[in-house]
Design a protein around this ligand. Structure first.
Ligand SMILES: [Zn+2]
Length: 206
């Protein structure tokens, strides 16, 4: 597992960016995170793992089983070691999964809210509830899903990078959210609403 550590001279939050959590999605997430690893972090430190597992078995990160698999154990270990304040999971999905991931009935069907489409097929959501419990209320935990059939598209790649770079450059969760609300007003409003409904105001999005 390749891991990059970006360390700023100024104190600040720890950020963990992880891609390729299962199956072959690392093929699509790694080039984006490799690019992100060339950036600088302005405060605190950032840990970037472009591909947690190469050609791994596909086990859903929503399941308990995932956190008992090798990839899941390594992920828990990273979180335990670095105790990140910002945690970004980068996944890639196929065309056939779009309706399942964005299904308005997703919570009724499988117990978690649907993802929100930023507009180009890049999806935003919270992380698996099982994993969210490992973080504190103040931590900032986000999942981004990249449409794998568009991963070679320069515009899509640039847009994902722009979102990740925003997270890399800001010291506070609220600064990131403020900017995202300006870029994607309707989508962020929807995503925040879904988050609040799900966590019943026990947690602030995300
Ligand atoms: Zn995935």
């Amino acid at each position: 597992m390749k891991l990059y550590r970006l360390i700023a001279s100024e104190a600040g939050p720890t950020k963990l960016f992880v891609g390729g959590l299962h199956g072959k999605e690392g093929l699509y997430t790694a080039p984006i995170l490799e690019q992100l690893a060339k950036d600088v972090v302005y405060a605190g430190r950032a840990i970037i793992v472009p591909c947690l597992v190469e050609h791994g078995k596909y086990v859903d990160v929503l399941s308990e089983e995932y956190y008992q698999s090798r990839a899941g154990i390594e992920l828990l270990q990273l979180i335990e070691n670095y105790k990140p304040h910002f945690y970004f999971e980068l996944h890639a999905y196929g065309k056939h999964s779009y309706s399942r991931l964005t299904d308005p009935e997703r919570e009724l069907r499988i117990g978690v809210p649907p993802f929100v489409d930023f507009g180009t097929g890049i999806l935003l959501g919270s992380i698996a509830p099982i994993l969210r419990r490992k973080f504190s209320e103040r931590d900032f935990c986000v999942t981004i899903e990249v449409p794998n059939w568009k991963s070679e598209d320069e515009n899509v790649r640039a847009e994902v990078l722009q979102i990740l770079r925003l997270a890399l450059s800001k010291a506070k969760r609220e600064e990131v959210m403020l900017e995202l609300r300006m870029w994607y007003p309707a989508q962020i409003q929807k995503a925040e609403e879904l988050f609040r409904q799900y966590y019943r105001n026990r947690l602030k999005p995300f």
